[in-house]
Design a protein around this ligand. Sequence first.
Ligand SMILES: NC(=O)c1ccc[n+]([C@@H]2O[C@H](COP(=O)([O-])OP(=O)(O)OC[C@H]3O[C@@H](n4cnc5c(N)ncnc54)[C@H](OP(=O)(O)O)[C@@H]3O)[C@@H](O)[C@H]2O)c1
Length: 291
Amino acid sequence: MKKMKVLITGGNGFLGKELRMQFQKNNYDVIATGLGKDRISYHNHIYLELDIQSPSKCLEVLQKHQPSIIINAAALTDVDRCQLNQSECLSINCDSLNNFIPYSIENRIHFIQISTDFVFNGKKGEYKENDFCDPVNYYGFSKLEAENKIIKSGVDYAIIRTSLLYNLTGNNFLTRFIKKIKENVELKIVDDQYRTPTYIFDLVSAILIIVKLKKNGIYHISSGESLSIFDIVCNFVKNMDSNTSLIKNISTKDLSQKAIRPINSSLLIDKAKKDFNFTPMNLNDVINRFL
Ligand SMILES: NC(=O)c1ccc[n+]([C@@H]2O[C@H](COP(=O)([O-])OP(=O)(O)OC[C@H]3O[C@@H](n4cnc5c(N)ncnc54)[C@H](OP(=O)(O)O)[C@@H]3O)[C@@H](O)[C@H]2O)c1
């Protein structure tokens, strides 16, 4: 049987790398694209340098490789940088979609957009897919603009909103904190911002299912377990026999970040549970299984 061809953007990113390897493992014909040189040393698929802001390069790649699925995992994800460089942020996170959507409509491509809990203002928490979006920072605004562009376009889409992705390896918020603790650096971590952390393999599994079942619409994919960022990090550090005394709690108002963060952007995942029996691991499952 002919393999399905999937084009993955942001292939050097934390999620993009995992998507490449898991789609390859699941017998897809993977075309990975990313900024600069390939950052995975060993794999069995094509990697191409591609800035998603370039209309001509994007069209060239699409016409040459003719994917039937596109997963857009490329984004400017540094929330404070987005706040300070708003035109760059909008260009990458939203305007670049113009280089994929018309081609996707014309060629009946299933377009998968990775989005974020930061489309919500965080005043309520426990957000459902159809709750009102009202981002409090420019990153969230750019991702919401992207969602709206996709929905209005008529492309066959799935928008997957996820939240605080982590793994025990790779470059993510958790490994960055743990590295600092191992270097005996004192950390100040907010204790009044709540997130639903997402184990990266749960997200990738959900994306595999959404692609396989050709699902459309918006899905929230996370653990569904709402915790403060402080508690998330402490839980891991405690179970790694590292020194939790190096972790100090701090409140949002004392952190003075460039961009405002939503206080409680936790995502409810009932729709994914109901539609395809999504059963993610919570934090303790991951700790018990891997630490
Ligand atoms: N990580 C999270 O906790 C989280 C939470 C909610 C939603 N998300 C969403 O999940 C998706 C993946 O995020 P991630 O955690 O994997 O972030 P990431 O590690 O920053 O990956 C994003 C990738 O996009 C690439 N990129 C930036 N500008 C580009 C451009 N013009 N052309 C092509 N590629 C470009 C980056 O390249 P460089 O590596 O060279 O910078 C990076 O490799 C994003 O859509 C993000 O909004 C992530």
